[in-house]
Write a protein that binds this ligand. Structure first.
Ligand code: ATP
Ligand code: MG
Length: 267
């Protein structure tokens, strides 16, 4: 179950062959919802424990095409978690200051500290995705970045960070539906931008650069998962399972309390 959507290190990813639909993995929305609620509650307990332990940290990277569900995933999966223990960072078009540094500078600053869960809404992967599709830098600049990213993530894991990376895989049809919803629903119109349509036209280019990123950068220490994301309930369940499974495996501990607490009587 844990490995269902894992990109095995060293495999060449073909996104067209990977499912965007829940069917085949789960067909009962009601049982999925019950399981998800239980996992979400357990995630809150585990996060409390991670924070109390204060020695390790978790980094969750979310990447997707527009309307792929990054925001919804963050809202739903982390709903029960104490906001003090989670820091979400959204990476937009880099500022002039960010561009004046190496591409990992703004990323490194946002990585989680001991006890924290960091969530990246977009990430350093944009520097081998949009940057390639829009030809923002030449090949001699972007090509070495895959190895740099792997080294960077190795530094993070060697420093006590567990790194989990999720590509929310939606179909072109599902994106169309979600864009249409954004146009039809007044409260969602703010989310729509014309630029999203340009990116939609570049869909095959994006799939190709995503395939490269997933193939080069799914490593033992920082794996990628390709989550079927056309059905939000399944997307959330699949991610919650992996997060909870990962935190369980960390065998989190509470720090030793001060000695002699049993004798204390509070006046
Ligand atoms: P939503 O899904 O709600 O629209 P979003 O993550 O798409 O949220 P936007 O402000 O719409 O947020 O888009 C951020 C934009 O910044 C994206 O188009 C993304 O490709 C771009 N971006 C992020 N990092 C980089 C980068 N390193 N270089 C160039 N563009 C980048
Ligand atoms: Mg956008």
């Amino acid at each position: 179950m844990f490995d269902t959507h894992l990109v095995k290190p060293g495999t060449a990813v073909r996104l067209a062959e990977m499912p965007t639909e829940a069917s085949g993995f789960h067909d009962d929305r009601d049982t999925a919802r019950d399981e998800f609620r239980e996992l979400r509650a357990e995630l809150a307990d585990l996060q409390y424990n991670l924070y109390a332990e204060g020695r390790r940290k978790l980094l969750v990277v979310l990447q997707a095409m527009d309307a792929g569900g990054k925001d919804g995933t963050i809202r739903k999966v982390f709903e029960r978690v104490n906001p003090q223990g989670v820091r979400v960072t959204s990476f937009k078009v880099p500022s002039a200051e960010e561009l004046a540094h190496d591409f990992l500078w703004r990323i490194h600053k946002a990585t989680p500290a001991n006890g924290m869960i960091g969530v990246f809404n977009r990430s350093h992967y944009e520097d081998v995705l949009v940057v390639r599709v829009d030809r923002i830098v030449p090949e001699e600049i972007w090509r070495p970045r895959y190895a740099m990213i792997n080294e960077f993530e190795r530094l993070l894991t060697a420093s006590g960070t567990t790194v989990l990376k999720f590509f929310l895989h939606i179909s072109l049809d599902e994106q169309k539906q979600r864009f249409q919803d954004r146009l039809d629903e007044p409260s969602k119109r703010w989310k729509f931008s014309r630029g999203d349509l340009d990116k939609r036209r570049q869909w095959p280019d994006y799939m190709a650069v995503y395939e490269d990123a997933l193939s080069h950068c799914s490593t033992e220490q920082a794996p990628w998962w390709v989550i079927p994301a056309d059905q939000k309930w399944y997307r959330n369940l699949a991610i919650a399972r992996i997060l909870v499974g990962t935190l369980r495996r960390m065998e989190l501990d509470f720090p030793d309390p001060e000695e002699g607490l049993d004798e204390i009587r509070i006046e």
